[in-house]
Structure formats: C-alpha cells, structure tokens
Design a protein around this ligand. Structure first.
Ligand SMILES: Cc1cc2nc3c(=O)[nH]c(=O)nc-3n(C[C@H](O)[C@H](O)[C@H](O)COP(=O)(O)O)c2cc1C
Ligand SMILES: Nc1ncnc2c1ncn2[C@@H]1O[C@H](COP(=O)(O)OP(=O)(O)OP(=O)(O)O)[C@@H](O)[C@H]1O
Length: 312
C-alpha cells in the first residue's frame, strides 16, 4: 500500500483509480462497507483502489473551538486500510484553502491529477465549499469527467445509522461495548512502551506505559483490555489519564498485563479496549490507590475467567 500525505495540488497519480471519499474517523462498519466496495470494484476493473482522506479532522480546521478528539490516529488508520486491501491512501492536508474549494474544481482535480475512473462514497457525503457538493452533484458530472459512481446506502445497527460522531459519543460515555459493535472491531491503539515512574512494580502491579497520541477521544479511566505483544494476546487492565493521585502532568496510557511480569521497554504493543470499569480517582494516599487497583485487577480476572480470581 502506498501512503501519500500532501496538499491536494501537489499530487499526481498516473495509474487509474477507484477512490473512496471521506474522513473515515473510526473506519466503522459503514466505512468498511464503502472501502471494501472500492477495493472489489477496483479489482474487477483492473485498476487501483484508493482512499482519499485528510491528515487532520476537517472539523478541527473549520471549527477549532470544538477541538474534536479523534477515534483513530493516522497510524492506526493506515493499519486498517492495509488490512482492507487498499492500494493507495491519500492524507490530504486539510487547510483553509482546501476547505474553500468549489465542488466542480474538486471533481476536476480528481479527474486530472488522480486519474479517477470510479468514485465510491456514502449516501450523505458532502464536499467542497460549505459542503455544497453532494451525491447529486457527483452524479451530474460523471459523464463529463468519465467516472462511474457507486453510492453506499445507509449502514445501520439495530435500526440506528452508524456514524463517527455517534461512536465518539459512546466512547466518551465509556460505552465501549456499544462503540465496538459500531466499529466492527475492538477499539485499539498502538504505542511504544516508555519508562514510567517505576512505582507500579513496587506496588505489586507493574505497568507498561505507552506513548499514544494526545488527541484521542478515550474517556480517562480504567478499562479491561487485551494487549498484543508480537501478535500474542494477553488479558490486561489499563488506565488512561493523569494518575491524579501522583499528579502526573501528561496524559498516559498504562497497561498491567495479568499474570505476566516481563520487561517490555521499547516493545511496540497494541491495546484493545473491551470494557470501561470506572473513572480515574484522586486517592488520599498510595495505599488507597493500591487497594483500588487490586480490586480492578480482580474485576478483570473475573471478566477473563482467569485462575481462581486470586488477588495476586
Ligand atoms: C488498573 C489501574 C488503575 C489505576 N487507577 C488510578 C486512579 O484511579 N487514580 C490514580 O491516580 N492512578 C491510577 N492508576 C495509575 C497508578 O497511579 C500508576 O499506575 C502507578 O502509580 C504506577 O505508575 P508507573 O507505571 O509510572 O510506575 C491506575 C493504574 C492502573 C494499572
Ligand atoms: N452509516 C453509513 N452508511 C454508509 N455510508 C456511510 C455511513 N457513515 C458514513 N458513510 C460514508 O462514509 C464516508 C466517510 O464519511 P465520514 O467520514 O463523514 O463518516 P461519518 O461516520 O458520517 O462521520 P460524522 O459522524 O463525523 O459525520 C462518506 O462517504 C459517508 O457518506
């Protein structure tokens, strides 16, 4: 898969493309249907499949005051697009100039610079200045610019239309199981294990601290998780936040792998989120923190049905 991050005007592709259009935060089951359609359509036409998306969430450029926290960082997006069989990913620089592009200029650019022969988008896709371009607009110009258009019907779950904003809300409310259903996979992040304060070990629950992007929409708190190290899956419990008892200045994600005590420094691990247990608490002292974390570990062991739920 070829990944290109640039301004739209700088890109020139010579191969014919079938392109999926959207922001794709979360790459939920609606997005997956759309991208799979682009991949299979490209294969049948013997051209390349592509995803046209952005380096940052458009909302954070158009309405920075909202400061949207994202579901999927770009590194994770790349992993998912790759697993779906996409040939090209374009992370277009979404800036004020791009936001102002007239819909017809956008189509012309796809035609001239991206060699687009086929477009796949969702039923509610809008684009260009003030979102004035839509599916009807794309349909109107398809013969002039020689592309065919496939519009994906609304994908629903229990009669509710899926969208990134709904998933973001579920995650922020701690409703991880519902979010995971809409995503079609367990919410996950990759990160490198970095040094912490080495306190967890002394307290009896060693934790791997991960550097993760700061703008993720995860609610601060404790989660039942699964940690993957070199493709091997371990049951774990994780905390994301500022560890207020210790007054940490930076938001970190740390994971305690159940029944394992290994040095993981510099490993690159994947953490999947399964269930939110509780919010972070500022405890009066380390003893109270320790007691509560042991309790969380007990909850996680029960969840995974590990050994006889011993407290350590
Ligand atoms: C399951 C779990 C729950 C945690 N809950 C809290 C919490 O509610 N409040 C808090 O201040 N820190 C919490 N922490 C963070 C601990 O303070 C931190 O892991 C510990 O001090 C070790 O830090 P270190 O890995 O940097 O050595 C939690 C950690 C884990 C693993
Ligand atoms: N539930 C869905 N069913 C079918 N297509 C969808 C669905 N949700 C989004 N799409 C399509 O996927 C592409 C990417 O859309 P976008 O990134 O805006 O996702 P979204 O889930 O609608 O996000 P938001 O909640 O921020 O509006 C667009 O072409 C859009 O029309």
């Amino acid at each position: 898969m070829i990944v290109i991050e640039d301004k739209m005007q700088n890109i020139k592709i010579d191969e014919d493309l079938c392109i999926a259009l959207g922001t794709f935060d979360g790459i939920h089951i609606g997005h997956q249907k759309l991208i799979k359609e682009a991949v299979s359509s490209a294969k049948s036409k013997k051209i390349k499949s592509a995803v046209f998306t952005f380096n940052k969430h458009p909302f954070n450029v158009l309405k920075p005051e909202h400061n949207i926290k994202i579901i999927t960082d770009n590194k994770t997006k790349v992993q998912i697009f790759k697993s779906l069989g996409v040939d090209y990913v374009f992370f277009i620089d979404f800036n004020a100039e791009f936001a102002n592009i007239m819909p017809i200029d956008f189509i012309e650019c796809l035609h001239k610079q991206f060699n687009v022969k086929s477009i796949v988008c969702g039923y509610n896709f809008t684009f260009g200045r003030f979102g004035t371009g839509d599916v009807d607009f794309l349909r109107k110009y398809q013969n002039i610019y020689h592309y065919d258009l496939k519009v994906i019907e609304k994908v629903t779950l229990n009669n509710i239309s899926i969208s990134s904003s709904k998933i973001r809300k579920k995650i922020e409310e701690g409703k991880i199981e519902e979010a995971n259903q809409m995503l079609g996979y367990n919410l996950f992040f990759y990160g490198s294990v970095i040094e912490g304060k080495h306190l967890g070990n002394k307290l009896g629950f060693p934790t791997a601290n991960l550097d993760i992007p700061l703008n993720l929409c995860l609610r601060n708190g404790v989660y039942i998780t699964q940690t993957y190290i070199n493709e091997k899956k371990y049951p774990s419990i994780s905390n994301i936040g500022f560890a207020p008892t210790l007054d940490c200045k930076e938001r970190i994600l740390e994971t305690h792998i159940l029944n394992v005590n290994e040095n993981l420094y510099d490993s690159y691990v994947k953490i999947e989120f399964l269930k939110f247990i509780r919010d972070e608490v500022k405890f009066n002292n380390i003893e109270e923190l320790k007691k509560r974390v042991y309790n969380d570990i007990y909850t996680a062991k029960r969840y995974f049905e590990l050994d006889n739920f011993c407290l350590h």
